[in-house]
Design a protein around this ligand. Structure first.
Ligand code: HEC
Length: 481
């Protein structure tokens, strides 16, 4: 009797929680943004097939944006190479799925400090600098998306925590999947082919979050990533050599396991330190070395057929002109870094002299669960890096605290303290503006083109005037690095 009573109470609670939730429908000729304006937390916006030429901002929590596909016709967000972004969200609990997104200049889907997100089943073509770009988010899923033609990273997880990236297909981009200054990431079952570099895990210096650790790169297929680098010259990813299957740069505790890596003309896997890109300034608060990298049981063959000049020169010291399956470069080669590889002799390698054999070549999920080993060192037992409960939602208040969140969620996507990314370094901006926060705030509302060798900055007029001033103050106060 007790239990049925409990059930009745639970059922009641459930229905009353969703009772207020509504579904709004958008059809060709209407605006998705208008529907978002009328939506409340918990609501779903259903978008029917048609061309939608707009930028959609979502700053409310718990909104689901779902495309409806009919007879193979998708709802298509189209930027005509005029608009910067298709979807920008700062709300928590945001879901987006089943959209085709084409021809934007900035991003297809960018998260700006929103937690607990889900980005699934989208088809994204040539949306400019980034495709799917959650910046400064916690607890998110990026699954079953297809992305091509992106000039920086197709899937770019920036300064985020507890993210799963599964089953996506990325091709014809500069970088396929990039995990940057992020912790607790699972990258599993993706296909990365014909990019300049397939999968990258690294630290960009000069960002507010200084570390990158605990990533599992598992069961991906990484093939023929030989596309010439077409990134904006001078940007960080313009340093990725064509023919790179995987690049681990300065990140720690990365497990690379059960992947198939073949046909990448420079190298299958490159593990290296911050000074890999010699023209990029360092960051005294970031450890430049990659520590405790485990390369276990990958199928690798036919990599290194036509390496870039630097790698060819290295290999000549081993009397080979072919690039390696695995290259440990700069400080990555040192024994004190604690890295290991299984079946070292199965691969053509360079610089792995001091690496140890990984202790157990194969850890089955069952014995991993039974053993007392902490889950992070027995990767096959780890089903997800997402949290079992939602992360606390981020609240963005109009004050110095909120400004820090906005800075990390938006501005740090393109500006670092001392390194050129998409935008100029903050130190250069500070030299220009001194402490004139009002002038800086005016610029970001309606940026005009200033530097011939940079793109135009997207306007930040979706932030209130008061918030723009707070963010301007915050940017001008940054130091260190
Ligand atoms: C999508 C990338 C991007 C984002 C996001 C971005 N910026 Fe920029 N920013 C740029 C680029 C590119 C330039 C250089 C534009 C030019 O010189 O024409 C720039 C230039 C600037 C400048 C220099 C203006 C001048 O007078 O020379 C300031 C200040 C600035 N950004 C502030 C910000 C702030 C604050 C934010 C966050 C609210 C932000 N930016 C977000 C790309 C971005």
């Amino acid at each position: 009797m007790n239990s049925s009573l409990k059930f009745a109470t639970l059922a009641f609670a459930f229905f009353s929680a969703v009772a207020g939730a509504k579904t709004l429908e958008v059809r060709a000729g209407e605006s998705i943004q208008d529907a978002i304006k009328g939506a409340s937390p918990g609501d779903t916006v259903l978008v029917h097939p048609g061309i939608y030429e707009e930028t959609v901002y979502i700053d409310k929590d718990d909104i689901t944006l779902r495309g409806v596909i009919e007879d193979g016709e998708w709802p298509n967000l189209e930027g005509n190479k005029q608009l910067n972004d298709a979807i920008l969200y700062s709300g928590n609990g945001f879901s987006v799925e089943w959209f085709k997104i084409t021809n934007y200049k900035g991003n297809a889907i960018m998260g700006q400090a929103g937690n607990n997100f889900s980005i699934r089943n989208n088809w994204i073509i040539d949306t400019g600098v980034y495709g799917i770009f959650p910046e400064f988010g916690e607890n998110g899923l990026i699954e079953n998306n297809v992305l091509s033609g992106i000039e920086d990273a197709a899937i770019y997880v920036g300064m985020s925590d507890h993210i799963d990236v599964r089953n996506n297909r990325v091709f014809d981009n500069v970088a396929g999947i990039e995990i940057e200054n992020s912790r607790h990431a699972l990258v599993e079952g993706n296909i990365a082919h014909n990019n300049t570099g397939g999968i990258l895990v690294f630290i960009t210096p000069g960002l507010p979050i200084k570390t990158s650790y605990d990533a599992i790169i598992r069961r991906n297929t990484i093939i023929n990533n030989n596309t010439p680098n077409f990134a904006i010259p001078g940007s960080l990813v313009s340093n990725i050599p064509a023919g790179t299957g995987m690049l681990i740069l300065a990140s720690d505790d990365v497990i690379i396991e059960d992947n198939i890596i073949t046909g990448n003309n420079t190298a299958g896997i490159i593990v290296t330190s911050q000074d890999f890109a010699t023209d990029v300034a360092g960051d005294s608060e970031s450890d430049p070395n990659p520590d405790r990298i485990q390369i276990r049981d990958n199928v690798m063959y036919d990599n290194g057929n036509d390496p870039v000049t630097d790698v060819k020169a290295l290999m000549l010291t081993q009397f080979s002109t072919k690039g390696p399956d695995i290259l440990a470069y700069k400080s990555a080669a040192d024994a004190e870094r604690g890295s290991c590889v299984s079946q070292k002799t199965a691969y053509r390698t360079f610089g792995l002299g001091d690496w140890t054999e990984c202790d157990r070549a194969t850890v089955r999920a069952a014995d991993a669960v039974a053993s007392a080993t902490p889950p992070d060192s027995t990767s096959r037992a780890v089903a997800s890096k997402m949290l079992s409960e939602p992360a606390a939602p981020r609240l963005i208040t109009v004050d110095a605290n909120g400004a820090e969140l906005v800075y990390q969620g938006i501005c740090a996507g393109c500006h670092t303290l001392n390194v050129r990314m998409i935008g100029p370094p903050v130190l250069a901006i500070q030299a220009q503006y001194g402490d004139d926060a009002e002038a800086l705030a005016r610029y970001i509302a309606t940026p005009e083109k200033k530097r011939p060798d940079f793109p135009t900055m997207p306007p930040q007029d979706h932030l209130s005037e008061a918030m723009r001033i707070e963010v301007a103050r915050y940017m001008l106060s940054l130091s260190g690095g």
